[in-house]
Design a protein around this ligand. Structure first.
Ligand code: FE2
Length: 247
């Protein structure tokens, strides 16, 4: 299956340069989407509403857990590949990852203190969490751009696209099904129509039917009717449950 792979031209290459495989584009669109949505929800949360508080902090914890997993995947697969052919080539973003783990621990502590706090303290603690999460998101946006430019340039200098595709498939194969579903829930709505069709078309061809259907079910509530119709036509699935398949 192909979830986060896309062929992209480099930003600095001439228009005639061959496009290269970009492992970062899909997963980073997913993370940007998840981060922005969660930041927005923390900012608009009513700290006096226990249900809203629990739901919002639940999404916050899900985001932190995915960020931790993502850092491990990049360290274990992508940085390891860079280091194998260019020693110290991943040091800048590897150092960032150490800081991100520390930042995540601090944010989690703040969120748990908020959940345990007295009602009168919650507005101040919620605003503090919102601002510190915003700084984490800002830092990650800078970091992801370094990976998409400098790290991609290093990968492209030392690896062919077939090797990078193999590396990407090994990352995808290492993901538990629940993580794949969560990533797709954020990635597909954040992707362009062509990217959606490429990702889900690849998954339809390569994944078990039940796994593919589970991804469609996770994604469908987060696309409007126009986007869903365009995607359904592109990958040859029924536009709505219960309607006949058409191509
Ligand atoms: Fe990273």
């Amino acid at each position: 299956m192909s979830t986060s792979t896309a062929i992209r031209p480099t930003g600095t290459s001439p228009a005639t340069a061959p496009a290269r495989l970009d492992m970062y584009v899909g997963i980073h669109k997913a993370l940007r989407h998840f981060m922005m949505d969660t930041l927005h929800r923390v900012g608009r949360m009513d700290p006096a509403d226990a249900t809203d508080l629990a739901r919002t902090l639940g999404q916050f914890e899900d985001l932190m857990a995915l960020c931790v997993n993502h850092i491990h995947h990049e360290n274990d697969f992508v940085h390891a590949a860079i280091e194998a052919r260019q020693p110290r080539g991943s040091s800048r973003t590897a150092d960032d990852h150490v800081e991100h783990f520390e930042h995540i621990d601090a944010l989690r502590a703040e969120a748990r203190a908020l959940a345990r706090s007295e009602p009168a303290e919650r507005p101040v603690q919620a605003l503090r969490l919102y601002r510190h999460l915003a700084l984490f998101v800002a830092d990650n946006f800078q970091h992801m751009n370094v990976e998409e430019t400098a790290n991609n340039a290093t990968l492209w200098a030392h690896y062919g696209d077939a090797e990078l595709m193999d590396l990407h498939h090994r990352i995808l194969a290492s993901l538990p099904p629940a993580e794949t579903l969560e990533v797709m829930r954020w990635m597909i709505p954040a992707s362009s129509p062509a990217e959606r069709a490429q990702i889900l078309g690849g998954m339809k061809a390569g994944a078990p039917a039940a796994a593919f259907q589970a991804v469609l079910d996770a994604v469908r509530p987060h696309l409007d009717d126009s986007a869903w119709g365009q995607l359904a036509r592109a990958i040859g699935v029924a536009q709505q449950p219960g309607l006949a398949d058409f191509r």
